[in-house]
Design a protein. Structure first.
Length: 218
């Protein structure tokens, strides 16, 4: 049992524990994706712990390892809830509001609620489920790490599919983050409906995209 599972078991023993995390908060384009994963530690056996042993902050894992663990999480979790927030909604409601709301929606979707619910880094105002914020939780709790993997893999797959409709941006390479390739593509082609025009990004400012201004013509 790795240290992240040990952390969870120390909290709940042989009961249920849910973890929540998000992916895509810092992107220039594409959705924000939040996930909640609930493990029932009364039924996980040594084989399950072995299969999930590599769970960690998804950013620390290779794409192949994330995909492998994603499949194992889907197989071993008691329940998984995923909530996606579109670029348009982020522009209308604000990134932070959408982040907290998406995490709350994912947590509230776990039914029945877990004995303990942990959220990576944030308290969720108005959330109907009692929960705790864990700073650096995706590196401490297996359930939060699992949610990190589910959110990241889900979002990456969405961006890879969207690449077919907008190949000029290279979404299959950077999945919407502010890489140099992405910035160069925005300069060359303008923005599309997948870009978050309200995002106060240094990259946008460098490109002369005034917040709230009409986007450049495609």
């Amino acid at each position: 049992m790795n240290e992240r599972f040990a952390y969870d078991v120390a909290r709940v023993g042989r009961a249920t524990l849910a973890g929540a995390d998000e992916a895509g908060r810092g992107c220039l384009a594409g959705p924000l994706v939040a996930a909640a994963v609930c493990f029932d530690y009364s039924v996980l056996d040594d084989a399950a712990f072995d299969a999930l042993d590599g769970l960690h902050d998804s950013k620390r894992l290779t794409p192949a390892r994330r995909a492998s663990l994603y499949a194992e999480v889907l197989r071993r979790a008691r329940q998984i809830v995923v909530v996606c927030c579109s670029p348009g909604t982020i522009d209308r409601e604000g990134l932070h509001h959408c982040n907290l709301g998406s995490l709350a929606g994912a947590v509230e979707g776990i039914s029945p609620a877990a004995a303990v619910t942990l959220v990576d880094g944030f308290r969720l105002p108005g959330c109907r489920v009692p929960h705790e914020a864990v700073v650096g939780g995706d590196g401490r709790s297996a359930a939060i790490a699992a949610a990190s993997v589910v959110a990241k893999v889900t979002r990456d797959r969405v961006m890879h599919r969207l690449h077919a409709a907008h190949p000029q941006y290279g979404f299959d390479r950077h999945v919407g983050y502010a890489t140099q390739v992405h910035q160069d593509a925005i300069v060359a082609h303008g923005v599309c409906e997948l870009h978050r025009l309200s995002f106060a990004s240094v990259a946008y400012r460098k490109l002369g995209l005034a917040l709230g201004a009409d986007p450049p013509s495609p």
